[in-house]
Ligand binder design. Structure first.
Ligand SMILES: C[S@@+](CC[C@H](N)C(=O)[O-])C[C@H]1O[C@@H](n2cnc3c(N)ncnc32)[C@H](O)[C@@H]1O
Length: 200
């Protein structure tokens, strides 16, 4: 299902979610603080909308389950001259990377979209070093109880549209032994959040 809907989104994803979600992506990029030579994993890289925020002296691997999203990311990579970026069509819950390969990993607007978020978190942990840093950007919804209840009620529709489902990310992070070291609200009306974690 994500493959089909994202194949469709690949044509207009940047127009819909480019400017809207960019402030959060910029904050994530600053927090990532990528150093020369570091190995970075981006889970659900989509059209490669974050590519311009990556330095060219780090090894960046972007994975996505959608061939059409990766195709768009590949076009951007060529256009922007990112020879340090590798793109792979891969399911985030079952990656083919060796244990402890990456220094940092980010899932931007993808952990609420993957069908198996807990398995994905465990896979991210497996392919990263023990002292790695993890970053999650996702829609967090309103703090207002009534609006939050409405958002939960329409979660299946959001999920069907590939916009992410309501998950208890903090509980999933705990179950996968991640420790939250920083979190903040970002983007318009502060409806999205950024979470930085390390492994417990
Ligand atoms: C909302 S987009 C996020 C794109 C981009 N990271 C951003 O910042 O806007 C979610 C992406 O997750 C991908 N995705 C969904 N399920 C996946 C899975 N199981 N494994 C890898 N990628 C997946 C989708 O194909 C889509 O490109």
């Amino acid at each position: 299902m994500p493959k089909k809907i994202y194949s469709l989104y690949s044509h207009f994803y940047d127009d819909l979610f480019g400017t809207l979600l960019h402030p959060g992506r910029r904050i994530a990029s600053r927090l990532l603080d990528i150093q020369p030579g570091e190995r970075i994993l981006e889970v659900g890289i989509g059209t490669g909308i974050s590519l311009p925020l990556y330095p060219k002296d780090a090894e960046v691997v972007g994975i996505d389950i959608s061939k059409d999203m990766i195709k768009r990311a590949g076009e951007k990579k060529q256009r922007l001259g990112y020879s340090n970026v590798k793109l792979c069509i891969t399911d985030a819950s079952e990656m083919a990377f060796r244990n402890g390969y990456f220094d940092k990993a980010i899932a931007a607007h993808s952990i609420t979209v993957v069908p198996e978020p807990l398995e994905t978190l465990k896979e991210m942990k497996r392919v990263c070093k023990k002292n790695a840093e993890f970053f999650f950007l996702n829609y967090a919804g309103s703090d207002d109880n009534l609006i939050a209840r409405f958002e939960k009620a329409i979660s299946p529709i959001r999920n069907m549209l590939g916009l992410g489902k309501a998950i208890d990310l903090e509980e999933l992070l705990r179950r996968a032994s991640f420790e939250i070291v920083f979190k903040d609200r970002v983007n318009i009306l502060k409806l999205w959040q950024i979470i930085k974690c390390k492994i417990n």
